[in-house]
Design a protein. Structure first.
Length: 256
């Protein structure tokens, strides 16, 4: 018995008939999952490989009271790569939320993880509240390192010490750009730039620490970036709230 290879060249004579399916995916397609929660994604016909970006939720900024400044939230972990998939198979996707900012004497809450099948991106931890000077007053948070998200920055004492709250860690640098010097450690760590959508976007930046001798709530991290929320800061006896961490995102890119 003779065995033959019945594969037909992609020509007008063979392809497109009831016996041959010679279509080759060639057009880039991007789909983004941006709502917090769990979703199903079914791998399309003929798709066997998917480029992905998975970002965990950022940590919330710390709360502040009585002339103190709080730490910024740590960034959610950013992971990217390529995953082999089976056409027609359903894959579970989870989008993590950003952590709530702390109020008064509370630290910010941690962000929650995002997933794409077996790929997991952890959330960042929350920034410490003012007066919680763990490590050192105004100490920046640690950089994210798989499987962990970045950590939030430490709080500062009263404004008499002159320290800003510590910046939350990012995905490429620690909070405060690795410096631990009081008073200049407020900047959040740097994130990662991705162009998977066709536009360069920075994901996973740490939240800034509260700025000494000012009074304000912390700004929220941008949604779908995994950025940490900014720490709050106060004057006199007022009470302020840290910013909410940015929610996570899952982005898939493949050919159709």
């Amino acid at each position: 018995m003779t065995t033959r290879n019945w594969r037909v060249k992609n020509t007008r004579a063979g392809c497109g008939t009831m016996y041959f399916d010679c279509y080759i995916p060639s057009t880039p397609f991007v789909t983004s999952f941006t709502e917090v929660g769990s979703f199903n994604w079914v791998a399309p016909k003929k798709i066997t490989s998917v480029e992905y970006l998975v970002v965990g939720g950022g940590g919330g900024g710390g709360g502040a009271y009585d002339t103190g400044s709080a730490g910024g939230g740590g960034a959610g972990l950013v992971v990217s790569g390529t995953l082999s998939v089976v056409p027609g198979t359903t894959y579970i996707i989870t989008i993590g939320d950003g952590g709530d900012g702390g109020t008064n004497t509370d630290a910010g809450a941690a962000g929650t993880l995002s997933t794409f099948d077996t790929i997991t991106a952890a959330g960042g931890t929350g920034g410490r509240q003012s007066r919680d000077t763990t490590g050192s007053a105004g100490l920046g948070g640690d950089v994210a390192s798989d499987p962990l998200g970045a950590t939030g920055g430490s709080g500062a004492g009263t404004n008499a010490g002159g320290e800003n709250g510590g910046g939350g860690g990012g995905n490429t640098t620690a909070g405060g750009s690795t410096t631990t010097t009081p008073g200049i450690s407020k900047d959040g760590g740097s994130g990662i730039v991705s162009s998977i959508t066709g536009t360069a976007v920075t994901y996973g930046t740490g939240g800034d620490g509260g700025i000494v001798d000012t009074s304000s709530n912390g700004d929220d991290g941008t949604a779908n970036t995994g950025n940490g929320g900014n720490g709050a800061t106060t004057l006199n006896s007022d009470i302020k709230t840290g910013g909410k961490g940015g929610s996570g995102v899952v982005i898939l890119k493949y050919l159709i």
